[in-house]
Design a protein around this ligand. Sequence first.
Ligand code: AMP
Ligand code: MG
Length: 310
Amino acid sequence: MKKLLFLALVIFSSAGSGCGPEPLYSDNRLLMGTTIEVVSPDKRACQIVFDEIARVEKLLSIYDPESEIARLNRFGFIKASPETAFIVKKAIEFCRASEGAFDITVGSLVDAGGFKNNAFRVPTSAQIRGLLKTVGCDKIILNECDNVIQFKLSGVKINLGGIGKGFALDSAVKELRKHKIRSCLINAGGQVYALGRCFDKPWKLGIRDPRGKRLIGFLVLENQSVSTSADDQRFFIKEGRRYRHIIDPATGYPATSGLISVSVVASDGVTADALSTAIIVLGAKKGRELLRKFPGAQLVSAVEEDTVEH
Ligand code: AMP
Ligand code: MG
């Protein structure tokens, strides 16, 4: 049965129109494969955020052959920076908490579907069976003393697409705080962090309906992140079947929970990002059980496929 769960909402975009008597500075840049929009009453904020996100992208991107993650995937071994080791450690924790629904070792399956370069193809079931042998967080060995990361098997590939933007936002916020900037909204294509307040009010985000037609609500955030994972954004259709970019690590095929859009609010970007991806795989019921392990994290929207129009 097709039905509407919770609120049929997705995050619209940052509030750029002003929230107080003084001007807000805003700018945007193409980074991490998306447009990063920054709004702040402090004119230094935009550049600080762009520089920090560009720095994180250089560590984590699978598109840059010299990034730490690309080299780890190539050699199966790396002495990583403390930050790369930290995000891999967090990813392993989310993998365990979600009983494997969130799993960064889906890299080879994401590549096999052609999602990395938009050269989409359907892997054969034999290919998927083979690649599944390289999936599982237990295939990653992380030595926290020296930040050495290695894979137990050859062929393992990690992909931080489900958690990297959240980490980049958290890093940017840390950098803003270092510069004593206490108010800023960053929108990284559906992944938002709202630092502090906009003058004397919390940041307010417009929310549109999943069909993209009109504003139907607002979300109010203060020192919080919201992440939307939408499994209708990157997909291709082959022989009437829709293949999506979020993979169920249990089967090796795209997730089939029926959820196409999930928005999670949390006090940090990494948590919101990882949980929204995990819940697309788990579905709403198991997703709510997962959220109970993360006090402060909230499911603000979960949209099932073919929900009724507003
Ligand atoms: P997001 O937009 O944050 O939900 O992340 C989606 C991206 O995460 C995909 O494009 C893949 O790169 C990666 N991914 C796909 N399936 C999973 C999964 N089950 N666990 C973790 N990351 C995944
Ligand atoms: Mg995510």
